[in-house]
Ligand binder design. Structure first.
Ligand SMILES: Nc1ncnc2c1ncn2[C@@H]1O[C@H](COP(=O)(O)OP(=O)(O)OP(=O)(O)O)[C@@H](O)[C@H]1O
Length: 256
């Protein structure tokens, strides 16, 4: 468990409500996410963790009938007031629960985003691919088979290539939605180590069902319940001395 430092605020969420049609899924969420920290979102199934995560790069815009009130500022800019959603999603990358690599080579998977941005220079692409795979702690395992299909890798390796693919876009923030829930314990540990190492370069927000994982990798933890944030604090505090009885009941396994 790491000690949070007094880092600057990267993302500031104020009074955020979200509705799927008539159904409200998030209630007046306000919290600050700090730069170069790992922030964990925990809570029982259906409490709104993924919904909240997706608001941070406007992935919910892709769902019909979603309405949002309140504001989310990233680097002091309201992300719901910009029209450049592509730029936002470049700055705020995402890694999903299940590795979702394209049926193409490892190299092409990582080079995909930069190529879409118009980078064609071979040397530059080689550099981006190598640096991204190194950044995702998978270079040593795949450097001899960059031209092989990415789908031939193990689940844990594929998930790290997904992280490399996110890194290749040079994001500031990386959102991770249960990135290890489909992995075995050893691959999980590798991804957790990777997350710890990545926070010096990125701001990371991770949804996890795994309480030990939240305790191991995060600096701050938000406990969600029925669409509200019950408690948000330093991870040490949440896991040793929560202020709210409901947080305590959840982390001690009394429900959820
Ligand atoms: N596309 C959607 N349309 C309508 N309702 C949705 C949609 N996605 C999620 N919901 C509802 O919003 C609420 C929050 O769901 P969400 O997936 O954010 O919770 P979660 O905490 O991430 O759950 P889990 O841990 O099971 O992934 C739930 O009641 C869910 O049914």
């Amino acid at each position: 468990m790491t000690q949070p430092s007094n880092t600057e605020v990267k993302i500031s969420v104020k009074n955020l409500d979200l509705f799927y049609g008539d159904k409200q899924a998030l209630y007046s969420i306000s919290l600050d996410i700090h730069k170069n920290e790992v922030t964990a979102l925990i809570g029982p199934s259906g409490c709104g963790k993924s919904t909240f995560l997706r608001t941070l790069n406007r992935m919910n815009d892709l769902i019909d009938g979603v309405n949002i009130n309140g504001s989310i500022m990233i680097d002091n800019e309201d992300i719901y007031k910009t029209n450049d959603v592509i730029k936002l999603r470049t700055k705020v990358g995402m890694v999903f629960q299940k590795a979702n690599l394209f049926p193409m080579s490892i190299y092409d998977n990582v080079a995909y985003g930069p190529r879409m941005q118009g980078i064609k220079n071979k040397k530059q692409l080689n550099e981006i691919v190598e640096n991204s795979l190194r950044g995702a702690a998978i270079w040593d395992e795949v450097q001899d088979r960059l031209k092989h299909s990415a789908l031939g890798l193990s689940g844990g390796q594929q998930q790290r290539v997904c992280i490399a693919r996110a890194i290749a876009m040079k994001p500031d923030v990386i959102l991770m939605d249960e990135p290890t829930s489909a992995l075995d314990p050893i691959s999980t540990l590798k991804v957790e180590e990777l997350i710890e190492n990545m926070k010096k370069d990125y701001t990371i927000v991770i949804v996890t069902h795994n309480m030990q994982q939240a305790a191991r990798v995060s600096d701050r933890t938000a406990f969600f319940l029925s669409g509200e944030v019950v408690e948000y604090d330093e991870t040490n505090k949440i896991f040793s001395m929560p202020s709210d009885q409901r947080t305590e009941d959840y982390i001690t396994g009394r429900f959820g």
